[in-house]
Design a protein around this ligand. Sequence first.
Ligand code: N01
Length: 543
Amino acid sequence: MPSQEYATKHNDLDVLIVGAGFSGAYQLHKLRKAGFSAKIFEAGSRLGGTWYWNCYPGARVDSEYLVYQLSTEEVWKDWTWSERFPGRDELMAYFEHVDKKLDLSRDICFDTRVMGATFDVSTERWIVSTQDGRTTHPHFLILCTGFASKPLFPDYPGLSSFQGVTHHTARWPQQGVELAGKRIGVIGTGASGVQVVQETAPIVAHLTVFQRTPNFAIPLEQRKLTDMEQVKLKEELYPIIFRRRLQTRSGLHYFDPVAERSLLQMEPDERRLLLEDLWEHRAIAVSAFADVSSDQAANDLAYNFWRDTVRKRLVDPKLHERLAPQVAPHPFGMKRLALEQQYYEAFNQPNVTLVDAKETPILEITPRGVKTKDGVEHALDVLVLATGFDSLTGSISQIDVRGTGDTPIGEKWHGQGLGTYLGLTSAGYPNMFFVYGPGAAAGLGNGPSCIEFQCDWIVDCLTYMRARGYTRIEATPDAEASWGAHIEEVAAAGLWHRAKSWYIGANVPGKRVAPLLFTGGLVQYIQLCRESAEAGYAGFVLS
Ligand code: N01
């Protein structure tokens, strides 16, 4: 059926996309190219998704520019990066470039927060409502809400009584906050906290870092890029790099040479030499050995090497046990390893205090600052909440999404456990897809690799339906149950359950604890999604 006719017959809009980050932008572009009418509703005021919201000091991507971009030639052919790991401002400029090249904004409603979506069985359309009172009836709903769009706020008593300035890193004011010469407190030492600490330590009067669990941070290995090297890469390698992204476990452009090797079975001397060499050239690979994520003894070896290396950077021996403890509080790599630049050196500065919030927990926030259990009141001007997100499911369940059974999707997931099929859909919620969310190979590797695959899969699926006159698609409960069991089974082979991470929902008080993503890697994920499509969308009912 020609696309115009399809759109007319089924009234108004084919697809409403929620969210204008990497996934929303790419999804809109590919849907329009395939002849579907599509719009994006975006709560923020500019294109960029997570990069719009996370404008805190020091925000920077930890995936290399070569893979952390769209594979669309119109976009990359005349865009030049300045750093290997671009900062937030450069990423926002990149999104402006994407917008200009793909002419996206004409189909995006900014400052439009979607509050609810209900599937109308009689029309087979979604009724989508926004905060400003608008209602839209798309045939398909695609939630490009990412894994981290619902910030997690701590519930300390007195939080609102603080008379200084308080902001969550993911709700940092777009105009910035004056920090130079002030007394700053940072709660949380995940990737966001690490970046705030290393960025602000050199400029503030005093920095107090409230750390509950140490981050096992790894050097970022930043460097400036030249225009020439990018010209050469574009001429010779870019298309190969984008193809390669889908052939590797983490969506990167290289096969990790140590991914097939056992750290445990190596001779001690050989192990030591290899770890030192990796640390020098690509430190993150210390966590990439085949057995580090699945065997505690191998994991301990990687951790011990990391611990001893980091300790050498800390001047005060009292910091050793706090930042790089003798015994790891959780397995290495089972909470996301932040990539750092001079993070540990910040703690050597006289104006930086590390508060161990396990030993002396935060009791309350007072009008003057933060009070800890030892009776100390840490006086502050600015309090930074780097406390993370209700990740993966929270991005979707913060919207009141109801399918055929009138159950909000958050209630379904809280009550019955994570129900997704292929990390793309959920049974009982027809004509709805989500990208880079729960149940997918999201969050463990390079974002745009998984995102582009999922968005292309969805466009292919809608094209298939259009060609055959199908108007409704829904995952079967059986397929969903098998996918859920598979996710659990794959995760159980690793050490994931031994860390209180957002990968398993353990970072949110009261959240059901279970694997929230597919830990088998991108290649396997792609294969399983393709198998369903090639079998005429096995696991779905089409009508
Ligand atoms: O959040 P997190 P994040 N009292 O959940 C602590 C991506 N990202 O925003 O570990 C005291 O990792 C909590 O302590 P604990 C990346 O995928 C990427 O930093 O639970 N502390 C932890 O230290 C990342 O993994 C980039 O004991 C509290 C911290 O807050 C994901 O986003 C940059 C607390 C939260 O860490 C999330 O990172 C930034 C409480 N009540 C983010 N509640 C890059 O690309 C929580 N904490 C570089």
